[in-house]
Design a protein around this ligand. Structure first.
Ligand code: SAH
Length: 255
């Protein structure tokens, strides 16, 4: 009987995997991998059997049951099965179902964390998710409920929405209903952590404008304190643009 290591591959390019993740991956006999993971990760385990089990967007329960069954079957035959997941396994990764399936079968599991998309987006855009004085809390939220309905919500100073890419206009309406002001900053990043990442800035009311730019790409939507740029672009007097560093107020410095 073998064991299973869940490894967070990070949200993008292969070098975002942790050192621990890369080392464990190198020991794998079988790798069950998601669609969003970088194919270059194969170089860490060239002799392992690589089996794609990924899917984009909302996954149905039949598919999940198949993945659970595959994990159990391979873990019974191999020494080490790696379940390679995009981003971090614990964030919208259906980890609980897979851990439970293994526990029921009496198979040992280990979870190695990864960089989740919200963190990679914050890094790419140099927008810290927490801000002294104005951003004390961060929420990771899915914009999609289990039955496929769209949800807004306002539970933190900075709220990062996953799985909203296809319905940004509708998300804007839900955010307004949830109490966000129409001019609250929104930062939209697709393919965070990849060389071709794209970023656009909006306000809640105009979030729908982001739809075309990010269409068909995995996208996170950051709303509130952590979405605000550190620099403000000011319209210059003679039609030019002037960059201005934002300066912390005394209140922010003392809080
Ligand atoms: N476990 C993953 C999330 C899986 S859910 C993590 O921790 O990142 C899939 C959703 O994650 C996508 O719909 C998208 O909202 C987000 N996502 C995944 N990779 C992304 C990337 N590189 N850039 C932006 N969003 C990404």
């Amino acid at each position: 009987m073998g064991r299973v290591a869940f490894i967070g591959a990070g949200p993008g390019a292969a070098d975002l995997i942790t050192l621990r993740g890369a080392r464990r991956l190198a020991q794998a006999d079988v790798v069950l991998f998601d669609a969003l993971t970088d194919p270059a990760l194969r170089e860490f385990a060239p002799d392992a059997r690589w089996i794609p089990v990924g899917k984009r967007g909302f996954c149905d329960s039949t598919r999940q049951a198949t993945i659970n069954a595959l994990l159990v079957r391979h873990a019974r035959e191999a020494d080490l099965v790696v379940r390679l997941k995009g981003g971090d396994p614990s964030v919208f990764g259906r980890l609980e179902e897979e851990l439970e399936a293994l526990a029921e079968a009496g198979i040992d599991a280990e979870v190695i964390p990864g960089v989740t998309a919200a963190i990679a987006a914050a890094a790419d855009t140099q927008r810290p998710l927490t801000r002294r004085g104005s951003g004390r809390s961060v929420a990771l939220s899915t914009a999609m409920t289990r039955d496929g309905a769209l949800r807004g919500g306002r539970s933190a100073d900075t709220e990062v929405f996953y799985m909203a890419g296809r319905q940004l206009g509708a998300l804007a309406r839900r955010l307004l209903e949830a109490g966000w002001s129409a001019d609250a900053p929104v930062s939209v990043v697709s393919r965070a952590g990849w060389p071709d990442q794209l970023h656009s800035d909006h306000q809640v009311a105009t979030l729908g404008h982001a739809a075309m730019l990010h269409a068909g790409r995995p996208t996170v939507v950051t709303v509130g304190a952590g979405a605000a740029p550190l620099t403000r672009v000011m319209a210059g007097g003679e039609g030019g643009l002037k960059m201005e560093r934002s300066v912390a107020t005394p209140l922010e410095l003392t809080s």
